[in-house]
Ligand binder design. Sequence first.
Ligand SMILES: Nc1ncnc2c1ncn2[C@@H]1O[C@H](COP(=O)(O)OP(=O)(O)OP(=O)(O)O)[C@@H](O)[C@H]1O
Length: 266
Amino acid sequence: MSMLSLRDITVRFEPKGKPPVLALDDVSLDVANDTFSVIVGPSGCGKSTLLRLVAGLETPTSGRLELDGQPINGPSADRGMVFQSYTLFPWLTVRENVMFGPKLKGLSKSECEDIADDLIKAVHLDGFEKSYPKELSGGMRQRVALARALANDPRILLMDEPFGALDSQTRQMMQELLLDVWQSRRKTVLFITHDIDEAIFLGDEVHVMSARPGLIKQSLDINIPRPRHIDALTSPEFMDYKRTILSLMHDEAIKAEDAANQRKSA
Ligand SMILES: Nc1ncnc2c1ncn2[C@@H]1O[C@H](COP(=O)(O)OP(=O)(O)OP(=O)(O)O)[C@@H](O)[C@H]1O
């Protein structure tokens, strides 16, 4: 069953004193329960706008947006967000950061502690409960951000380039950890990235977006068996998917470049 449904979504920004921007043009997308969906696309194609819509932080100019058959009208704890930039509360410890959502929901202190300790273990941060974000590496902070998002037990996890600022080794480790957590907790994930390898490695489905105005150019089912490990990256089937997506993205990168040049010369 499709739990998230976007129908004919258009987003047009009208910044004051500047020409309007058609960020998304007639985007339709379905995300099924418990699946891992990834969106890849060139810079500026509207990926973050799409995720912000689902988060309820942006409203569409036209189109329909539903979660479990209900229209999305604003932010809610049933949609957990993880961004690229570290969004932890710097004045709270790791444990307090993870407990924040459950506490806000009104759960008892011991329930909050149980949820936090369970998730801190799941992201391999036991021993760091009392550390503050500034004492942690980038990868560790993103693990706390993941635990914090999961602590609300959201219906869907929305991830906007969460590993974009990490070095490639940490990034690979984070991808494996995310798949472990996803597989053991069966969550629905909508994940945004520039990185084609990351998209194929993680996704059940990869949606390739076109250059602005953004629309879904092609959706691919990734039939690589799970659990996936690093050796999946060099398998022939992985290379086939990569070739297909690279060629779709290459066309889009050229279009984006042409559009930018036209704007410059206009
Ligand atoms: N609030 C806004 N007002 C005006 N234009 C906006 C606004 N938000 C986004 N845009 C424009 O809409 C387009 C899509 O932006 P968005 O951030 O969604 O793209 P993106 O694919 O996530 O880009 P990147 O990969 O570079 O982060 C861009 O041209 C951006 O400049």
